[in-house]
Structure formats: C-alpha cells, structure tokens
Design a protein around this ligand. Structure first.
Ligand code: CUA
Length: 364
C-alpha cells in the first residue's frame, strides 16, 4: 500500500512544483500592475516571510526533537516525563502575541487605506453581478456594457458593486440596485440573487464580494495599457467558471475615443441587407424581451446591452471569442454552451441565426 502511494505522491509534488514555474499566468496576484494591487502585494510579502521564518523555526524544532529523542534499541520503559514549565509557557504566549501585534499595524492601515474612496480625479463605474455575466454601467458617461470593462491608465477607478436582483434603499447606489429598479421585476434577476465575487488579480485591491441587497466598493488602477483578466471568485452556480471578464486599460485619449463610440446609437443596417433581416428578427422575436440596443425599440435590461456588441472581444461571460462562428453556435443552443444560461434555446432556424449573426456583427 505504502509503496504504491509513493510514486503518486511524488508525481503530485512534481506537478505542484512545475505549476509554480508557469509563465503565462494572466491572473497572477503576485505580479501587481497597478498601485492598489501593489499595496496589497507589499503587505503580503513581509507577512509571508515572517510566516516562513516561524514555519522553519517550529518545524525545525519539531523535526530536531523527534530525531534526537527517537526510540533506540535497548532502551526500556518510557523516558522521564516533564509537566509544565511556567517560563516557557509565558514565552510562547507573549512572543506570538507580539508578532501578531507587529503584523497587525501594516495590515489594518492597508485595509483602511484600500477601502477608502480614492481622492482626486476618479472614474466611477457601477458593477452588477448577474448569473453569469458582468454588467458595467458608467453613470457619468451614460454607457452600459458587459463583460469588458474599459478604464483609462493611471487613474483610480472606483467600483460600486452589487448583485443583480438586489433591493437596497441606501444612497448613492446604482439605480439597478434600488428596490423597484429596472431589475426588480425581471424573473431572471430574481433567480440570479446569489453572491458573486469580483477579482482582477493584477490591478484590483484584492477581491470583493458582490452581494444581492448590499452595495460594496472596490478600487482598481492600471499603470500600463493592456488587457487584464478577471473572474468571479465565489461559487455562484452552474456557470460560475464561465463568469469571466476582461479589463481593457487604455491611454486617456483612447479611452475618451471609446467612450464617444459607445455613446452613439447603434448604426441601422442598410435596407435589403441580411443584417436588416436580422434586425427585424431581433425586434420581432424573443431577443427584445431581455436585450437593449440603443437607437431601436429594444430597451430591456435582463440581459447584456448589445448596442455595440461587435466592439467587445468576447461575450457570454467572456467564454467565447466574438466571431460569427462562435456567435452562431451560441445562438443555436445557449445552455449547451453555458450550462444554466438564462438565455434559452429558442430553436432558431439556420436562416434566422444567419440573419441575427449578420445584424449583431454590424453593431460596431
Ligand atoms: Cu459569479 Cu461565481
């Protein structure tokens, strides 16, 4: 038995060791790319080394004593027993208490620092956790998008998060989170009242639970333009693992251009085109019950706003690349691709799918 377990244990240890060497790790909290993420990293490192020191001391002493006082051949009976040592006991009570006190000072200051609303020029974004996708609402810019959060570099972004389907009567909360808000009545939203957790390891100040009925905040900031990966960190149902998102950090100029683009209404497709047929399918079919497209009569809020669908690189919890092929497969049977999806299989014909894909792909 023991002999059989040895190679398995060895392999497991090797796998663990090799996993630590991974280079392509887009969600690496040990690779902070912004001041808030760096602040928690700078707290983690010294606390980690203190813990390593204690581990080595305690385990070292344990191993040393086990070896030194092991049973030896010819030794009879049990060795003399010691009961109680007041000095030693006082020491091992006071020393850890002192270590905790020392660690507590930077820990508490960092916690309060990161929880504070950043001062100065701040971008505000409301984040709604749905089952299973993220809604990003820019109140000042009047933009609503999904799965892809755009931010300018070098500027703190203050997120106000809540779980969709929430009711909360506090002040300064996104309207979607207030009782009777647009989400309030939708059956999808009621079913979606579960806890999520928002995390962008490289640029956020740790993780933040996204709770129905309660509003929470999180600050993130990126130093350099780039795409940062995030995911839901709280088991929230069947497609928890399919609840990914990206943060696209851009120069202020690029960000402003993106904002202007997103503020436009959707472009109407040319008469007689396949996209125009798709638009009719969209507005006369089931899509309009859950989705909004600014500039058309579609204005529902249960699902993602699709006004600039094509401008996003991914959809449906960022599990799929935004290509005509992926989109066609999605429309064919959404729950087959994302288990538990509130978007049902509407048994669309191939003709309908082709037209809808042409329309959605025209929404730049
Ligand atoms: Cu949302 Cu896990």
């Amino acid at each position: 038995m023991r002999r059989k377990a040895q190679p398995i244990l060895g392999l497991a240890a090797l796998a663990l060791l090799l996993a630590a060497c991974i280079k392509n790790s887009p969600q690496d909290a040990l690779n902070p790319q912004g001041p808030t993420a760096r602040q928690s990293y700078d707290l983690f490192v010294p606390v980690f080394w203190i813990a390593v020191g204690i581990f080595v001391l305690v385990e070292g002493a344990l191993v040393f004593l086990v070896i030194k006082y092991r049973h030896r051949k010819g030794r009879k009976g049990i060795p003399p027993q010691t009961h109680g040592n007041t000095r030693l006991e006082i020491a091992w009570t006071i020393v850890p208490a002192l270590i905790f006190a020392v660690v507590a000072v930077p820990t508490v200051t960092t916690i309060f620092d990161l929880a504070r609303r950043p001062s100065g020029d701040v971008l505000e974004v409301n984040v709604l956790g749905h089952q299973w996708w993220w809604e990003f609402d820019y109140p000042e810019q009047g933009i609503n998008t999904a799965n892809e959060l755009h931010i300018p570099v070098g500027k703190p972004v203050y997120l106000t998060l809540c779980g969709a389907g929430a009711g909360y009567d506090g002040s300064g909360v996104p309207s979607e989170c207030q009782p009777g808000g647009p989400e309030g009545e939708s059956p999808a939203a009621v079913g979606a009242a579960v806890i999520h957790s928002f995390w962008v390891p490289e640029i956020s100040a740790g993780t933040q639970d996204v709770i129905p009925g309660r509003v929470s905040n999180l600050t993130l900031q990126a130093d350099e333009p780039g795409v940062y990966f995030g995911s839901c960190k709280e088991l929230c149902g069947l497609s928890h693992a399919n609840m990914r998102f990206t943060v696209v950090a851009q120069t202020q100029e690029d960000f402003d251009a993106w904002v202007r683009g997103q503020q436009q209404d959707a472009a109407a497709p040319a008469d007689g085109s396949l996209a125009a047929t798709g638009m009719r399918e969209f507005l006369n079919g089931q899509c309009i019950a859950c989705h909004a497209i600014q500039g058309t009569e579609a204005a529902a809020v249960g699902g993602p706003d699709l006004t600039h669908f094509r401008s996003r690189d991914c959809f449906a919890g960022c599990m799929f690349e935004n290509t005509p092929e992926e989109l066609a497969q999605w429309l064919e049977n959404p729950p087959a691709r994302k288990p538990g999806s509130f978007m049902k299989d509407y048994e669309l014909s191939q003709t309908q799918i082709d037209a809808l894909v042409a329309y959605l792909m025209s929404l730049e």
